[in-house]
Design a protein around this ligand. Structure first.
Ligand code: FAS
Ligand code: PHB
Length: 389
């Protein structure tokens, strides 16, 4: 088989790029190692920057997001028994869309189906080859048969645990990482959200987050030890601990219910540089990971896809490779700003067991300064709604 752009990974990054390029007549094939149901069964991001939402609309996949997604003009930060609002609209004149990654991925799959897109599921042993030549190719296994796809370019959109980044020789890649000493226990429940907007809570017992997927589907998180397992957290214990970390009035109005999904995710900051190796380009979680405290994970992938989309257009339509040649540098400039913000929000709101009294005092002062300065709040707001591409 021959294609112009061979994409490893059928998550949001790979699917969105495939859809955008298809609309411009550029042929792609997406190789996804899991089944579609498995991919759609993963509960992940919930907040979209306007940049991501605009790309979904440009990909002709924004209809359900615009109909069912919620526009949020701010968030709350709870601390010391109170909650204070960060008013995006007033501070930076922008907002975010609350719409689950699961639904967004479903919309992208349906669009690919409508346009007879090549998305191959449950393929095994995908491998990129000859990335530094003008004739790179992919191989994969379907049952016992090994198949080959010749490409002009390969996109590694296969997430943190994918094969693409790991196929780059160690001397050609530099990795930056910080692992945090705690995880997030997440619960999905078919209950009405406790608040019309997200509440990020800093508490001496640990961080908590009240989010949602719709007015009948709530998403809650609490900071837990990395030694904890889901079994350590039956629903009753989870709900009580969440209430312990929220202001009294919020805890009293919390509607609890059976969890329909419960999982623990570790938190890490990670960047791989450069995001290009020959004619293979890395995008999304394949190249960078953030702690979800700043809702930057999926949104950091958006700018990678935007840059790659326009670079491929310029190559195929104008013979201009400037976009491809500057992709890594441009993408990393915005990725690192997302890293900074996610790290800052994580350091601001979590309990760090190894913190000294001085560290804790500094953390509290950072929060007090934030709410004492509209300029500091505007900085949080502009990062949360999304820095320009
Ligand atoms: P993805 O990991 O989504 O997709 C990569 C795809 O490649 C997967 O479908 C995988 O099956 C496939 N793949 C992997 N190896 C392969 C191979 N060898 N061959 C073929 N296919 C292969 N972000 C937020 O903004 N907010 C959140 O609350 C949030 N929560 C998260 C919770 C968890 C547990 C995780 C892991 C991530 C979370 N994220 C969150 C970040 C997440 O949303 C990512 O940013 C987003 O999934 C990035 O999308 P992709 O780059 O497409 O990577
Ligand atoms: C979510 O709804 O899953 C979510 C929202 C905001 C975050 C992290 C997770 O910062």
């Amino acid at each position: 088989m021959k294609t112009q752009v061979g994409i490893i990974g059928g998550g949001p990054s790979g699917l969105l790029l495939s859809q955008l390029l298809h609309l411009q007549g550029i042929d792609t094939v997406v190789l996804e190692r899991r089944s579609r149901d498995y991919v759609l069964g993963r509960i992940r991001a919930g907040v979209l920057e306007h940049g991501f939402a605009d790309l979904m609309r440009e990909a002709q996949c924004g209809e359900r997001m615009d109909a069912e997604g919620e526009i949020h003009d701010g968030i709350f930060i709870a601390h010391d028994g109170i909650k204070e609002r960060v008013d995006f609209k007033n501070l930076v004149g922008d907002s975010v869309v609350v719409y689950g990654q699961t639904e967004l991925t479903r919309d992208l799959y349906e669009a690919r189906d409508r346009m007879d897109g090549h998305v191959l599921h449950s393929v095994e042993d995908v491998k990129p080859h000859d990335m530094t030549t003008d004739a790179p190719y992919l191989t994969y296994r379907e049952g016992d048969e090994v198949k080959r796809i010749d490409c002009d370019y390969i996109i590694g959109a296969d997430g943190f645990h994918g094969v693409s980044r790991k196929s780059i020789p160690k001397e050609n890649i530099r990795e930056f990482e910080r692992v945090y000493p705690f995880g997030w226990l997440g619960v999905l429940s078919e209950t009405m959200p406790v608040s019309p907007e997200l509440i990020y809570a800093k508490h001496e017992r640990g961080f908590a987050l009240c989010s949602m997927r719709s007015q009948v589907l709530s998403r809650y998180y609490i900071q837990v030890s990395l030694e904890d397992t889901v079994e350590d957290w039956p629903d009753d214990r989870f709900w009580q601990e969440l209430k312990n970390r929220l202001p009294e009035d919020v805890a009293e109005s919390l509607i609890t219910g059976p969890s329909i999904e419960k999982s623990i995710a570790p938190l890490r900051s990670f960047v791989a540089e450069p995001m290009r190796y020959g004619n293979m380009f890395l995008a999304g979680d394949a190249a960078h990971i953030v702690p979800p405290t700043g809702a930057r994970g999926l949104n950091s992938a958006a700018s990678d896809i935007y840059y790659l989309y326009h670079a491929m257009l310029d190559h195929y339509k104008k013979g201009d490779d400037t976009g491809l040649d500057t992709y890594s540098q441009k993408a990393l400039a915005r990725v690192w700003k997302g890293q900074r913000f996610s790290w800052w929000m994580t350091m601001l709101l979590h309990r760090f067991p190894e913190n000294s009294d001085f560290d804790n005092q500094l953390q509290q002062t950072e929060l007090e300064y934030l709410f004492s300065s509209d300029k500091a709040l505007a900085s949080l707001a502009e990062n949360y709604v999304g820095l320009p591409f």
